[in-house]
Design a protein around this ligand. Structure first.
Ligand SMILES: *[C@@H]1O[C@H](CO)[C@@H](O)[C@H](O)[C@H]1NC(C)=O
Ligand SMILES: *[C@@H]1O[C@H](CO)[C@@H](O)[C@H](O)[C@H]1NC(C)=O
Ligand SMILES: *[C@@H]1O[C@H](CO)[C@@H](O)[C@H](O)[C@H]1NC(C)=O
Length: 509
């Protein structure tokens, strides 16, 4: 049998002499194939479903496929024929999207954070970002796998493991950490199992898997995208963001999901002032690096390259590329009291997360229309009862147990939060203002904690492959609301380099 994907290419080739292939297909290419009647949304969804069926037994990037995806695609195809609607269609109309399994959908899909404890729970409504995606005409293809509970159950569990989908696999090098917690969101996009996806991040969970699986990931400013209907860790740091194979594709998604949501009113109202008039697309500017001041800390951990000569050598050519494209590199930066700032960051996260997680999770569970578990205590009991299924012996639920012991935001938690605010103010913000930086450049996702604790945005762009074929990214982080500038920088870098290559299944099997 000819694999369906080649059949489609053949078919398209015979009908039309223009090449359209699903491998690395961008949203612009897909939309233009739609417009020229070379492809329907239904074709596209069916191709991706076949790819998922073929690749998922290896990669375990998808937990569930949406049984209504084909029907939704047919509806999108109908809408495209309607002349009155045509002018109003968004770039995401008819485009399949995978959602990390902690993002609620009010449909046949389960929302479980990878845990059996939440199987058959019924959510009150679509997550705020899902509502916006549906309004844009995007197709919900299914749910992506993740580190269980977004990596907040066990400090021992490997990245990308959850009880329902088991261990996700890096498509470039099977032995390489696929990173989490938005593991499946990154792998599925990297391996061409879907066009784009959504991930979530509390500290590193979008930026790290994007770097490790060679995709573009945007971790937005806190509150720029709604967290309503997202299984939480902490409202102080949780954020939802897109992943794509190109900066443009990720920005198309950001454009749709950013903005106010009455179910996450305080944070989204505050951040909606950052959404530029007319959206983000005008910032996809190939000359975007020109005149940008980029900070590089060669010597320091967490903010930079940590004196790691191997990594520094790998990135010297990237620094040259940035310079050749008009960026001004500001090097040899220093931060006073760096060690104290770093210890404040990690201490603070440890203390504050634990208390905030219990409050936020209990609130989420209480809101469910139906659920086998109604509190963190119930989840802990469920895990004990189904210890084999949830691998409790191997991956103990230590973070859950610690959180259950907490009792709200008391004196200690307030102090920890204040320490984190101070660390941001006298660390990252001071560095950015004092040096008039547009972005701080870090390798892989090394800067993610700095961005996480202050609610700052970051974009990871593929930056190459190491000697073993392992992907790595470069991360551009900025102050709150800096997305337009970061998009210009990321797009400028991507257009100058085009490092991304699809994984080859032959690499490892
Ligand atoms: C949701 O979970 C239930 C219970 O396991 C299952 O029967 C159903 O098929 C799941 N939904 C999807 C879309 O896979
Ligand atoms: C990094 O290396 C330089 C030169 O070897 C050294 O002076 C500096 O102290 C190192 N920085 C750190 C943070 O280790
Ligand atoms: C806050 O920072 C101070 C000064 O570094 C430190 O002594 C204290 O232990 C920190 N508090 C918490 C709760 O982390």
């Amino acid at each position: 049998m000819i694999p369906p994907i080649f059949l489609l290419i053949l078919l398209l080739k015979t009908v039309n002499s223009v090449d359209f292939t699903i491998q690395e297909a961008t949203i612009d290419e897909i939309q233009s194939a739609f417009k020229q009647n070379k492809l329907t949304s239904k074709d596209l969804v069916e191709i991706y479903i076949r790819e998922v069926r073929k690749l998922n037994p290896i990669y375990r990037a998808v937990i569930e496929l949406n049984p209504d995806a084909v029907r939704q695609a047919e509806k999108a195809d109908q809408e495209r024929k309607d002349k009155a609607r045509k002018s109003r269609l968004t770039r995401l109309h008819g485009i399949p999207v995978l959602l990390k399994d902690n993002i609620a959908t009010k449909d046949k899909l389960n929302t479980t954070a990878g845990s059996y404890a939440l199987l058959k729970s019924v959510v009150p409504r679509d997550a705020g970002v899902v509502k916006k995606l549906r309004e844009s005409g995007a197709i919900i293809l299914g749910k992506a796998s993740l580190s269980e509970w977004a990596n907040y159950r066990s400090s021992n569990a490997p990245s990308g493991w959850n009880a329902r989908a088991k261990q996700a696999v890096n498509p470039y090098v099977a032995t390489l950490d696929p990173c989490g917690s938005s593991t499946g969101s990154a792998i599925s996009v990297a391996a061409n199992m879907v066009t784009v996806s959504l991930g979530t991040e509390t500290d590193g969970s979008i930026l790290c898997p994007s770097s490790s699986n060679s995709v573009v990931g945007i971790k937005p400013t806190l509150g720029l995208t709604s967290r309503a209907g997202v299984i939480p860790i902490t409202p102080k740091q949780d954020t939802v963001g897109p992943m794509g194979r190109t900066v443009t594709d990720a920005v198309y998604v950001l454009d749709v999901i950013a903005g106010f949501d009455k179910y996450d009113a305080v944070a989204t109202r505050k951040a909606s002032k950052y959404v530029p008039k007319g959206g983000y697309l005008k910032h996809l500017n190939a000359g975007g690096l020109k005149g940008k001041r980029l900070g590089i800390m060669r010597a320091y951990p967490y903010f930079g390259f940590a004196n790691d000569t191997e990594i520094l050598n790998m990135f010297e050519k990237h620094f040259d590329i940035l310079r050749h494209n008009g960026a001004i590199l500001v090097e040899n930066l220093e931060i006073i009291n760096l060690n104290q700032i770093i210890s404040s960051m990690f201490n603070g996260e440890d203390i504050a997360f634990s208390a905030e997680f219990k409050l936020a999770l209990n609130e989420y569970l209480k809101e469910l229309v139906a659920s086998p578990v109604r509190s963190l205590a119930d989840v802990i009991a469920f895990n004990k009862k189904y210890a084999d299924l949830e691998k409790i012996e191997e991956y103990p639920q230590d973070l859950f147990l610690a959180a259950e012991k907490t009792n709200g935001i008391g004196k200690l938690e307030k102090e920890a939060l204040l320490n984190m605010t101070k660390a941001s103010k006298y660390g990252f913000e001071k560095l950015m203002y004092d040096n008039k930086l547009d972005a701080l450049v870090t390798p892989y996702s090394h800067g993610s904690s700095v961005l996480a604790i202050g609610g700052y945005p970051g974009i990871s762009v593929p930056a190459g492959y190491d000697k073993n074929g392992g992907p790595y990214g470069i991360c551009f982080g900025g102050l709150k609301g800096a997305e337009p500038t970061l998009i210009e920088i990321a797009y400028g870098f991507e257009q100058a380099t085009k490092f991304r290559k699809p994984p080859s299944i032959k690499n490892q099997f």
